[in-house]
Write a protein that binds this ligand. Structure first.
Ligand SMILES: C[S@@+](CC[C@H](N)C(=O)[O-])C[C@H]1O[C@@H](n2cnc3c(N)ncnc32)[C@H](O)[C@@H]1O
Length: 318
């Protein structure tokens, strides 16, 4: 009964205050482009191209003699980026690569590129992926539990469905702790495992119901939606987000040309901690350009609430 009531109260409340948008607004755009210190004619990589919000600006600065390598796991978004960027006057040489950015060393090898002058990674997911991808990233829409950045995932790709239906209770609790510091990780993990004995958990709303039934009433009425942390942790686990970031950072010293820059934008503390630690571990070869992470100005946050938790770290190859 409590489970049903909690779901009704969830449905009867305005779901979320963030404005729905069909457009992804690039975050810390000027700061990251400035941070890349773009050399006309250089070679640059956008590891998280999406529909090209940052790439378009990089391409314009690079001009004809330059090279821009655009990577993304989301094939649909990458195709749209290709269409937009190709329209630019004096467009640099372009490569669109549907891949995980953790494979950047082999991508460059295949393209015959030794070193690059700049790398951008604007981590996480885009507004369209959240709102329109139908891959189950948001607890606001009833969708299949996929949560893969890959728009066309192969059979062997781990999905949120695999995690909630096949991973052990303790591993689910661990990811809820490690990836999103969820206070009620034990209760949620236990409720997930109980529910899946009855039938597989297939959709976002089924999962929201289970979480609603597991957490205390007071938690269900907090400003931040009670499913936020579970969804974040599942997304991070399904995509091995921290593993991908670690691999990318570890490869920077070998990939960046002398004085080449890397700009990394994160959206929550776990992600930023991994980036900060990873960059610090390489401080014999990577010098931080600013002591503290750069955060958006108030004007940007007012115009784009998604920017509110963004942090930009910039390093230069010594
Ligand atoms: C925040 S969006 C980037 C938005 C883009 N900078 C813009 O302003 O238009 C992040 C993008 O990174 C992609 N992505 C996330 N993790 C990835 C990974 N490990 N490898 C490749 N792409 C990834 C997502 O599919 C998404 O398109």
């Amino acid at each position: 009964m409590e489970k049903i009531l909690s779901h009704i109260s969830f449905l009867s409340r305005p779901p979320i205050k963030i404005k729905l948008s069909t457009m992804h607004i690039p975050v810390l755009l000027n700061e990251s482009i400035e941070g890349l210190n773009i050399k006309e004619g250089g070679i640059y990589v956008d590891c998280t191209t999406n529909r090209g919000g940052h790439s378009i600006k990089i391409a314009k600065a690079l001009k004809k003699g330059g090279t821009l390598i655009c990577i993304d796991l989301d094939k649909v978004a990458l195709k749209e980026a290709e269409q937009e960027i190709s329209k630019i006057k004096n467009v640099p040489t372009l490569h669109f690569i549907h891949s995980n950015f953790r494979h950047l060393p082999s991508i460059l090898k295949e393209l015959g590129v030794g070193h690059v002058d700049g790398i951008l990674a604007d981590l996480g997911l885009s507004s369209q992926e959240l709102d329109e991808s139908k891959r189950g990233f948001s607890f606001r829409f009833d969708e299949p539990l996929l949560m893969t950045y890959d728009s066309n995932p192969s059979e062997d790709v781990t999905t949120a469905f695999d995690i909630v239906n096949y991973w052990s209770e303790s591993t689910i609790a661990d990811i809820l702790y490690g990836f999103s510091d969820e206070t009620y990780r034990g209760r949620i993990a236990s409720a997930i495992v109980k529910a899946r004995i009855e039938k597989p958990i297939k959709t976002t709303f089924e999962l929201v119901d289970i979480i609603a039934g597991a957490v205390p009433t007071i938690y269900r009425h907090k400003k931040t939606h009670f499913a936020t942390k579970t969804f974040q942790a599942l997304r991070m686990a399904a995509n091995d987000e921290l593993g991908s970031i670690n691999d990318l950072i570890a490869s920077l010293p070998n990939i960046l040309a002398s004085n080449g820059r890397a700009c990394i934008i994160t959206f929550h503390s776990t992600e930023d901690r991994i980036v900060k630690q990873g960059l610090r571990a390489n401080n014999d070869t990577l010098k931080a350009i600013t002591k503290k992470a750069i955060i958006p100005q108030e004007k940007e946050i007012n115009e784009n609430p998604r920017a509110r938790s963004a942090q930009l770290r910039i390093v230069e190859r010594i």
